[in-house]
Design a protein around this ligand. Structure first.
Ligand code: ADP
Ligand code: MG
Length: 357
């Protein structure tokens, strides 16, 4: 049983508070991704779970056991780092077997475990090579292999893909996800890359300044962001934000007194606040071709992606992006009539960014 509970965690470096009061429950066998901008405390939190970093206050439980004072070596956790941290003078085989030999595990069992992990990770042909004779992706697999042979209760990954090129990153990403389904071990994976978070996680923890902004499935975080920070962080290109207000019974973009209506947003959600921040993802603009209302924008820049096309434009004093059908063949200077799709818009409180439901 390897659930992880973090209760009322506080972490300070001197007077600097990285984590003020954090609570998190990770279920047994769950694949959880910590995502957030650089410096938000992801590595600190992971190192705390690993036992590599003392805590200022609170409790860490692995399974049912409180591990606050338990050293890293006795937590039954394996950690894979960004820089792999392989022993350069050792063959791949020895890199993987080393920790098991230190533990005095019989040679035959070590051999079986190394070969099993090597097969799982498709690195059998490289067992006799030194790390410098491997590509980045192969080294990354060796680092994972070294973790797997230890048969830990929990795997921790700190941005393990950031040194790989884009293609390999996608491939190893899929391999780690497949591996997690095979091994059925609790996994915590840290990244600043929201695509990695979305594609791999059972649940995502969105962190900002040491605070959990949202903890939910990838679908929920994308479809129902709890606040403007999460809405802007998850999704690419990022969600567009516009100031809107209620005028009579109509919702309009509030800029320069130009009262362009936002047809897809009902006034009911805005009644109490009067004004708000409207969030629309690029993929949730409808291009209107009949005479119905919408806002007319001028295409400023076109980015064809093949599968769809990104159109940049200015609206209500903000620069924004819509994802449109490439068959439209938009050109710079074209006029497009756009309206957010009903049911796909988000409204956020102007003062604290919390979602208005
Ligand atoms: P992330 O992994 O999300 O990029 P970190 O957990 O590495 O962020 O760091 C969180 C914050 O704590 C940063 O502001 C960083 O400068 C600070 N920090 C990390 N380690 C130390 C340390 N040993 N001493 C002082 N401050 C630290
Ligand atoms: Mg980090």
């Amino acid at each position: 049983m390897a659930s992880i509970s973090i209760r009322n965690l506080v972490k300070r470096y001197g007077h600097y508070t990285v984590i003020a009061d954090l609570n998190l429950e990770i279920a047994d066998h769950e694949f959880v991704v910590f995502v957030g901008p650089s410096g938000c405390g992801k590595s600190t939190l992971l190192r705390i779970i690993a036992g590599l970093e003392p805590i200022t206050a609170g409790d860490i439980l692995i399974g049912d056991k409180r591990v606050n004072g338990v050293p890293a070596a006795r937590r039954d956790i394996a950690m894979v780092f960004q820089d792999y941290a392989l022993y350069p003078h050792m063959r791949v085989y020895d890199n993987m077997s080393f920790a098991l030999e230190l533990r005095g595990i019989p040679k035959a069992e070590i051999d079986a475990r190394v070969k099993k992990a090597a097969a799982l990770l498709h690195i059998e042909p490289y067992l006799d090579r030194k790390p410098k004779e491997l590509s980045g992706g192969q080294r990354q697999r060796v680092a994972m292999g070294r973790a797997i042979v230890r048969d830990p209760k929990v795997f921790l990954f700190d941005e393990p893909l950031s040194n790989l090129d884009a293609k390999l990153r996608g491939q190893v990403r899929a391999e780690i996800k497949a591996l997690s389904q095979e091994l059925k071990t609790t996994m915590v994976f840290v990244t600043h890359d929201q695509v990695e978070a979305m594609t791999m996680a059972d649940r995502i923890v969105v962190l900002q300044s040491g605070n959990v902004q949202q903890y939910d499935t990838p679908e929920a975080v994308y479809e129902r962001p709890a606040n403007q920070f999460v809405a802007g962080f998850i999704g690419s290109p990022t969600m567009n934000f516009f100031a809107v207000e209620l005028r009579g019974d109509a919702v309009v973009f509030s800029h320069d007194g130009a009262a362009a209506p936002v047809n897809a947003v009902g006034h009911a959600r805005l009644r109490a606040a009067g004004k708000a921040v409207l969030g629309v993802r690029p993929e949730h603009f409808a291009v209107i071709t009949d005479s119905s209302d919408g806002v007319t924008v001028t295409v400023k820049l076109v980015e064809p992606l093949g599968s769809d096309t990104l159109v940049h434009f200015d609206l209500a004093g903000t620069s924004a992006i819509a994802r449109v059908d490439p068959a439209l063949r938009p050109k710079v200077g074209d006029r497009l009539k756009l309206d957010p799709q009903p049911g796909k818009t988000h409204l956020f409180d102007c003062s604290n960014g919390e979602v208005l439901r």
